[in-house]
Write a protein that binds this ligand. Sequence first.
Ligand SMILES: C[S@@+](CC[C@H](N)C(=O)[O-])C[C@H]1O[C@@H](n2cnc3c(N)ncnc32)[C@H](O)[C@@H]1O
Ligand SMILES: O=C(c1ccccc1)c1ccc(O)c(O)c1[N+](=O)[O-]
Ligand SMILES: [Mg+2]
Length: 208
Amino acid sequence: TRSTRPQRLLKAVQKNATRGDPQSVISAIDHFCRHSEWAMNIGDEKVVNELNPEKVLELGTYCGYSTVRIARLLPPGARLITLEFNGDYAAIARQVIAWAGLEDKVQLVEGASEDWIPRMKEHFGIETFDLVFLDHWKDRYLPDTKLMEDCGLLRKGTVLLADNVICPGVPDYLQYVRNSLSYKSCYFKSHLEYTKAEDGLEKSVFLG
Ligand SMILES: C[S@@+](CC[C@H](N)C(=O)[O-])C[C@H]1O[C@@H](n2cnc3c(N)ncnc32)[C@H](O)[C@@H]1O
Ligand SMILES: O=C(c1ccccc1)c1ccc(O)c(O)c1[N+](=O)[O-]
Ligand SMILES: [Mg+2]
């Protein structure tokens, strides 16, 4: 049977990237997406860098591209937990993360955000997160944000970084973080990965 796009993306990484070199993994995936097949990775243009998080939560792993982008910048001891409920994607992502040599910084959990957000404390010993990257199905951004609030996982200063707030768009989430007195929100205009369509990231700081 025909291979899947994530399988072809992984082959491109194993062919073109150097084991243990996260930047070469990122470049190999960007090249694959520009010249072979578009894929829904955040891409190389939508970037916010001034963060120095110790505890990061990523919602939506897919093939692990953004996982590698974030984890490669984490200092020793810092860690990223990434949630992916599609088993096929999770299997590919594990191999991409391993190829980048970042297994020690990343915990990939195969499961749904709504099931695992309430278990962060008892299962991972995480009290609060410094950074949450929202990039899973767009109808989950708002309910999962409220769930994280209810579970006490956000502290004064926690940064929520949301992809695709314009394309495909997340109107209910945007309205919430931009109008809630509990967040200071700002928009980083960019483009939908590997295209000229407008998109951008919304950075929202939880005020407690
Ligand atoms: C856009 S892709 C993630 C892209 C990745 N963050 C990157 O930039 O490389 C969205 C992923 O979220 C996963 N997903 C969607 N809803 C989810 C949920 N509620 N819990 C866990 N994973 C979810 C999908 O299976 C898909 O792999
Ligand atoms: O929803 C799509 C989508 C819709 C239609 C076809 C392909 C992808 C998408 C597009 C760009 C993204 O950065 C992204 O995170 C997603 N997503 O699925 O979460
Ligand atoms: Mg996205």
